[in-house]
Design a protein around this ligand. Structure first.
Ligand code: ADP
Ligand code: MG
Length: 633
């Protein structure tokens, strides 16, 4: 306001001066008139420069001091300053070349940008703070009693002497070589082979049979951390072998417990693994069964692993559980139900792993996680894994962990570099026809994703009509059909699987050649998970995504920047897309959005946050909303 009023004063003054000139001086020789004119111009220039300067000054002050600045400007002092600056302006301008003036102005503009940048960062921090969860991610009892554990759980495992004797610098070198980033206190050592992790021969042979001889980076750092009893957040690309990081240690711990005191009827589980989909839970259960069998075949006691998922009879599941189990793999809905009905207890449970953890904590799931936590009776080891985990969720999740270690291989949310990503513009009405052509790109197996169940059904029907050996999976189908379809596809009896995002997270189909996104998911994280079904464990795969003008601009911008990050071809229609907010993408702090992890926007423009806020405002029931995301309730 003060600059405005000042601007008004100055223009009034100017008009007074000019009227003086016209009305009161009858004749002035031409020489004098020209001189006066020149002075006038100079004066005006000076004033303009002074005004610009003041405006900049005001902006700077308002960002650094706030109201203080404007108070001062209203006082008399400011008038004096104005005079001073005016004369300075004239002096400066008359001695400095235009080029210098230009560069000076440019510098000023830069400085202005700088303050805008700071302002933006501050604003972002404020937003992130306002959406941060106020209650720690802990069980109700722990919260109420104020229980806080300080130390990690003790286990019977120690790194072998040869590793213990190595210097910290040596560990750092290995981590650097494998692109492993670790954070936390008392970092566990990385171990570059399974043998030195002290796994029994039976496990080593079991791994070898699956073609697994050398640990991947997340396993090199993650497995020793978990074996040492540490709480951990593990972030690594899709298909980089995260599952073994949390399954092998719990198998070893259970074995140790069983040897010490065999599990009796109704006892257990000792370890709990939670997954966001039934199919993923089933897959994880199978992996544990496989290694348990390897051990049993070698004379170790047989470990019992239960599966607790929706869509199958409780009675069957209960039978296994009642016999006493070492490990339980579950989806949240059924687990909470059975905990609530006291069919399962977590009295002796000391180990909790959450796979695709961000998907579970995100968007209001945390209340369920808290409920599950509240069933634990004493300290547990907690592990969280995913390929995508925005800072907001990492920070929040950390409140559930004790002295955590964060292991990061690649940026959280980055796409696997083993996937060739292609994006094609396909008109809405041409999609189905083009799909058939697109299927020819590679040999089977091919995975097709669509957002809506109806689309999955339509594509499935179309492909069957065209003679393609296809199966389909979505949340609306009964569990028996879902399981059958997945099994047929897994065992190469069918060439194509059409699915919703139910099948996008964690499922490990062997050798998928091609993932086709019939539509772009609403969430860039889901895109990363979908295309991550191919290009697994060192193999290369292709992902084709259909986009057209029905797709939201913000998600296309996220996609554009994800492609650039992964050094993929960016088609011209995508490359040519720009937005206002793109200017601020690299202003520092977190890259991209600190709320959802998207690279194409900042938190201030996050569509996901906006959607969440709208939904909260409309007070839509949490369960209904989640039912859209996951059918595993
Ligand atoms: P993520 O959970 O990180 O997406 P998974 O744990 O599902 O990945 O593993 C992907 C695939 O890689 C699986 O088929 C698994 O058997 C295989 N795999 C895991 N670890 C290794 C390894 N060290 N060497 C070779 N293959 C591995
Ligand atoms: Mg996984």
């Amino acid at each position: 306001m003060s600059t405005h009023s000042r601007r008004r004063k100055i223009s009034e003054k100017q008009s007074e001066e000019s009227s003086d000139d016209e009305n009161y001086v009858p004749y002035i020789p031409i020489k004098q008139r020209k001189k006066a004119q020149l002075q006038n111009v100079e004066l005006r220039l000076g004033r303009a420069a002074a005004l610009i300067k003041e405006e900049e000054e005001a902006i700077k002050q308002s960002t650094s001091e706030g109201s203080e600045a404007s108070d001062r400007e209203d006082g008399e002092d400011s008038e004096e300053d104005e005079e001073e600056e005016e004369t300075q302006g004239v002096g400066e301008r008359s001695h400095i070349s235009l080029l210098d003036q230009h560069s000076e102005l440019k510098k000023k503009a830069e400085a202005k940008k700088e303050t805008a940048r700071e302002k933006l960062l501050k604003e972002e921090e404020r937003i992130l703070e306002s959406v941060a969860e106020k209650t720690a991610l802990m069980g109700v009892a722990e919260l109420a009693k104020g229980i806080q554990y300080q130390e990690a759980i003790k286990t019977g495992w120690l790194p072998p002497r040869c590793i213990r004797e190595l210097s910290e610098a040596r560990h750092a070198r290995l981590r650097k070589k494998m692109h492993i980033l670790v954070e936390g206190h008392d970092l566990p050592p990385p171990i570059a082979n399974f043998k030195e992790m002290k796994f029994p021969k039976a496990i080593l042979n079991g791994l070898k049979k699956k073609g697994i001889t050398k640990p991947t980076p997340i396993q090199i750092q993650g497995i020793p951390a978990v074996l040492l009893g540490r709480d951990m957040i593990g972030i690594a690309f899709t298909g980089s072998g995260k599952t073994l990081v949390f399954t092998l240690p719990i198998i070893m711990f259970s074995l140790e417990q069983e040897k010490r005191l065999p599990f009796i009827k109704g006892e257990g589980p000792y370890g709990l693994i939670i997954c966001p989909s039934r199919e993923l839970a089933r897959q994880t259960h199978e992996i544990i069964q496989y290694y348990s069998q390897c051990l049993a075949d070698d004379g170790f006691p047989m470990l019992r692993c239960g599966l607790c998922i929706g869509g199958v009879s409780v009675k069957e599941q209960l039978e296994v559980i009642k016999a006493g189990i070492h490990i339980l793999v579950a989806t949240t809905g059924r687990l909470m139900d059975m905990l609530n009905k006291k069919m399962i207890t977590l009295d002796v449970c000391r180990y909790l792993a959450m796979d695709e953890a961000d998907r579970m904590i995100d968007m209001g799931f945390e209340e369920d996680v808290r409920t599950i936590f509240s069933y634990f009776k004493s300290q547990r080891q907690t592990l969280l894994f995913s390929a995508t985990m925005p800072k907001k969720i990492q920070n929040f999740a950390r409140s559930a962990l004790v002295k955590p270690v964060t292991v990061n291989v690649g940026r959280a949310g980055a796409a696997s570099l083993d996937v060739i990503q292609e994006v094609e513009y396909v008109k809405q009405e041409a999609k189905m026809m083009y799909l058939l052509e697109c299927l020819q790109k590679t040999a089977p197996p091919v995975l097709i994703f669509a957002e809506k169940k109806q689309d999955v059904d339509a594509i499935h029907e179309y492909l069957l009509l065209k003679g393609v050996e296809a199966v389909a999976v979505h949340g609306g189908k009964d569990q028996e059909e879902r399981t059958r379809s997945i099994d047929q596809f897994k065992h190469a009896k069918k060439d194509v699987l059409v699915a919703t995002d139910v099948a996008s997270k964690g499922l490990d189909f062997p050798d998928i050649q091609h993932v086709i996104n019939y539509d772009m998911p609403e969430d860039i994280e889901n895109y990363v998970h979908r295309i991550g079904r191919t290009g697994r464990c060192g193999k290369t795969g292709i992902a084709t995504t259909f986009i057209n003008k029905t797709v939201e601009e913000s998600i296309l911008l996220d996609l554009k920047h994800l492609l650039i990050e992964a050094k993929q071809n960016c088609p011209p229609f995508l490359a040519g897309m720009t937005s206002e907010s793109e200017k601020y993408l690299d202003i520092g702090g977190e890259i991209g959005c600190s709320y959802c992890g998207g690279l194409g926007h900042r938190i201030s423009d996050c569509p996901k946050l906006e959607a969440l806020q709208t939904k909260q405002a409309q007070n839509i029931g949490r369960r209904d909303y989640l039912a859209n995301n996951s059918a595993d309730w």
